[in-house]
Design a protein around this ligand. Structure first.
Ligand SMILES: CC(C)(COP(=O)(O)OP(=O)(O)OC[C@H]1O[C@@H](n2cnc3c(N)ncnc32)[C@H](O)[C@@H]1OP(=O)(O)O)[C@@H](O)C(=O)NCCC(=O)NCCS
Length: 158
């Protein structure tokens, strides 16, 4: 999803307002979750956001979203944000985020999604770590007892 940064979307430093970027990332992630599941999808959680670089007024910003892992009804979506150099067209990675979307039926009840097979090294790396991130998100949300977070515990025992 590529779009410009307009004056109404900036903070007093003339950089893109964080909430505007969150909304753009949510939209791109929603499209990728919907394409994977072919269902209605809702944002369940924002697991990670890193605003590493400011995005100046007038920038051309590309938000790339891809499902990194599909679980039973939820999908982890990885989002990479790129800024394009006005003169050379070269792209620089500005930010990244990880969202969780859930596929739901017409009544809003979670419904199953197809599995995802990672292919590239990066896809395999993101896929492998997704369960750990899911468990962390559930623990922080109070939806999983830490004692059941097997992948998280393994991090400290290795
Ligand atoms: C997201 C939602 C559908 C989950 O419903 P729920 O009753 O908690 O459903 P479940 O407990 O069965 O969880 C469904 C899936 O979401 C996952 N999930 C729920 N909360 C999560 C969280 N905080 N982090 C990561 N995953 C989460 C569960 O692990 C489960 O995944 P799985 O089936 O792949 O194993 C429900 O909370 C909802 O509709 N929330 C509002 C969504 C919305 O309106 N978003 C826009 C915000 S304005």
């Amino acid at each position: 999803m590529t779009d410009l940064v307009l004056p109404s979307e900036t903070n007093p430093l003339n950089n893109l307002f964080g909430g505007e970027l969150l909304a753009r990332m949510d939209r791109a992630a929603s499209i990728s979750a919907r394409r994977h599941s072919r269902r209605i999808t809702v944002t369940a959680s924002v697991n990670h956001v890193a605003f590493n670089h400011a995005v100046p007024l007038g920038s051309v910003v590309t938000v790339e979203a891809a499902v990194s892992r599909a679980f039973k009804t939820s999908m982890e979506i990885f989002i990479d944000v790129w800024i394009e150099d006005r003169f050379t067209g070269d792209r620089t990675k500005a930010n990244e985020a990880i969202y969780t979307f859930v596929a739901v039926d017409d009544t809003g009840k979670p419904t199953e999604v197809p599995p995802l097979a990672p292919e590239t090294d990066l896809e395999k790396e993101r896929y492998a770590a997704a369960l750990r991130r899911k468990q962390l998100s559930l623990v922080l949300a109070g939806k999983l007892p830490p004692s059941e977070a097997t992948e998280l515990k393994a991090l400290f025992l290795d």
